[in-house]
Write a protein that binds this ligand. Structure first.
Ligand code: GLA
Length: 354
């Protein structure tokens, strides 16, 4: 059923605006985005669609296809630590921007899995902001929408994420990757070479970014930055690089991951631009090693999956997203990807393809 029909059925009146936004997979560049570094995400085909209509009540009524019940939230209410916070925060942002007045009815239909490291929250917030902009007949710049969507996560949800997800969702298109420099939001849209194939595979291990471990890594990077006197931990001067060795071991390893990950990401974007498959695959593998060992953001189960992906012939594989569970991303030659995925899924019944 389309979001418009679902809306009409749930609220017994027609929708006034629609919005949609895809999930994303990060090919390389993990936890570099809030450290002023490079990222290389791509849009997924799974999508969040919303339908919306304003109401003259002070409430937000929310219906999601994932749940039977309709949820009522007071507009502008404080967060209550469940998924409706993303909708409530996005509607509050749209109201602050003057795109919406009063309350609203909101219908959500999404096949972007949550807790999978593929940005279900940024997709939902972005879809709502797009719907609200349509309602107000404004066409905001996608970079502005990305900044507003990030602000909802940072300020309302209290999740100190960077801007990768929102920019990827706002700018990337199928078959393309977004080579983004988060220091100044300079970007280039790269064609993914036609003979390369990426698969995003859910490990079966759910994780919640809001569960504290992402935030802990964010804080460790902040501490390392403060001690080194920089606001962009990914890009150290040679004096700051020397000073790295004076940091406590955990901070040294976190900083070593983000600085090396930044340079791997820059190299990976260059490799993609010239179709250098082997270099890209090797950088993915090195990225995973650094993410698991220095950043300690993997799990033994995910490390085992990555190892098996390589043992069964995948040239490049790594954990993608905020860490501690969710999806792995695998690079293979396009014509070999589907058969490889089929045999890998047969070996790992808890894993599924996104
Ligand atoms: C999450 C955050 C992003 C980014 C990644 C890790 O997806 O929302 O901003 O930090 O984790 O690379």
């Amino acid at each position: 059923m389309s979001a418009a029909l679902g809306f009409a059925e749930a609220f017994d009146r027609p929708a006034a605006a629609m919005g949609e936004a895809p999930g994303r997979v990060n090919l390389i560049g993990e936890h570099t985005d809030y450290n002023g570094g490079a990222v290389l995400p791509a849009a997924l085909t799974c999508t969040t669609r919303i339908a919306l209509a304003p109401s003259d009540t002070p409430h937000l009524r929310i219906k999601s296809t994932r749940f039977d019940a309709l949820t009522l939230r007071a507009c502008g209410s404080a967060k209550q630590d469940d998924w409706t916070d993303y909708a409530t925060g996005a509607i509050a942002k749209a109201t602050e921007l003057g795109w919406l007045k009063g309350g609203a009815d909101l219908y959500i239909d999404s096949d972007v899995p949550d807790g999978a490291g593929v940005s279900s929250s940024a997709a939902l917030i972005t879809a709502i902001l797009r719907g609200a902009a349509e309602l107000a007949s404004v066409s905001p710049d996608p970079v502005e929408v990305a900044q507003h969507a990030r602000a909802v996560e940072n300020d309302y949800i209290g999740m100190p994420c960077g801007i990768m997800d929102q920019m990827a969702i706002g700018l990337a298109a199928p078959g393309k990757a977004l080579a983004l420099d988060t220091r100044d939001l300079d970007y280039e849209i790269l064609d993914i070479p036609l003979d390369w194939g990426f698969a995003t595979l859910h490990s079966g291990i759910r994780r919640e970014l809001a569960d504290g471990r992402y935030k802990l890594r964010f804080e460790e990077c902040q501490q390392a930055s403060e001690r080194l006197g920089t606001s962009t931990l990914c890009r150290l001067t040679s004096a700051q690089t020397q000073a790295l060795h004076g940091l406590p071991s955990a901070l040294l390893r976190r900083a070593r991951h983000v600085t090396s990950e930044h340079s791997r990401t820059v190299q990976a974007s260059a490799a993609m631009a010239i179709g250098d498959f082997e270099t890209f695959a090797n950088l993915m593998n090195e990225s995973h090693r650094s993410y698991a060992q220095d950043f300690e953001a993997s799990t033994p189960e995910i490390d085992a999956l990555i190892e098996d992906a390589r043992a069964t012939g995948a040239p490049g594989a790594r954990l993608t997203g905020g860490g501690f569970g969710g999806c792995i991303v695998v690079l293979h030659r396009a014509e070999q990807l589907d058969p490889w995925v089929d045999q890998f899924l047969a070996r790992h019944p808890d894993v599924w393809r996104i």
